[in-house]
Design a protein around this ligand. Structure first.
Ligand SMILES: CC(C)(COP(=O)(O)OP(=O)(O)OC[C@H]1O[C@@H](n2cnc3c(N)ncnc32)[C@H](O)[C@@H]1OP(=O)(O)O)[C@@H](O)C(=O)NCCC(=O)NCCS
Length: 206
């Protein structure tokens, strides 16, 4: 694992345990309430306690995402591609993706999540776009709960925007681990496929 900082870096950022208020979470929520309508920016998360905490805040705020301990979030940032979206310096969304080990494997997009206050301004589709741009030749596999209209519509719109098709595929086509899901929660798997590349047009005869 790359530099993650010692316990002294994590300690002040640890979420409050029990039912007590979490001052950092409350301060961030306060800033979300006054979020400006300015443009957003996206960057790769770093394997630091600070970004692990930002991801935790977003996991808490974006149901059905499940919050993980900060150390697990750091491991996730090291092992996968985690993107963070910001409005000014306020974190508003994140995504988690990774390319399967073989070149024929798809890019697995495990999470795209945006806080309520920043939705419907293109952040989710932009996170998908940046993740996909890292592997322009790969098809994309992802899972979405059947009743998650926002995510399903976003995925459809994204596929359309890159000229790809999207279709439902059996969950068994992929490992739950790769899709980042547990069974029995209503997930369905989707496959975003690039059109086959066209053969070069024949040269005009002389
Ligand atoms: C799904 C989610 C990431 C969308 O984020 P977002 O930033 O609001 O999405 P975008 O603004 O990029 O939307 C892109 C398109 O998706 C569609 N869309 C997004 N939210 C929608 C909604 N609530 N209802 C219908 N369509 C929706 C629209 O077509 C939208 O384009 P438009 O606003 O120009 O019409 C967000 O709702 C979310 O975080 N949900 C909770 C977490 C989650 O379920 N994540 C997905 C599974 S991991």
């Amino acid at each position: 694992m790359s530099a993650t900082g010692g316990d002294d870096k994590f300690e002040p950022l640890q979420p409050s345990s029990g039912f007590g208020a979490d001052p950092l979470l409350e301060a961030w929520r306060h800033r979300l309430k006054a979020l400006p309508s300015t443009k957003f920016a996206i960057r790769d998360a770093t394997a630091t306690a600070q970004d692990a905490r930002r991801v935790w805040d977003l996991q808490v705020e974006c149901s059905p995402i499940i919050p993980k301990p900060l150390r697990e979030n750091v491991s996730m940032i090291v092992e996968k591609r985690v993107l963070l979206a910001f409005v000014d310096d306020v974190h508003v969304g994140f995504s988690v993706s990774f390319a399967g080990p073989r070149t024929i494997d798809p890019l697995f997009v495990q999470v795209v999540a945006v806080v309520l206050e920043a939705r419907r301004r293109g952040v989710g589709i932009a996170l998908l776009g940046v993740a996909a741009a890292g592997y322009p030749r790969r098809d994309i596999a992802l899972a979405t709960q059947l009743d998650n209209v926002a995510a399903r519509t976003m995925n459809d719109r994204f596929a359309e925007s890159i000229g790809a098709s999207i279709r439902r595929v059996p969950l068994d086509n992929f490992a739950n681990r790769d899709l980042g899901i547990r069974r029995g929660l209503g997930y369905r798997a989707w496959f975003i496929q690039h059109p086959p590349s066209q053969p070069p047009a024949p040269l005009p005869s002389q």
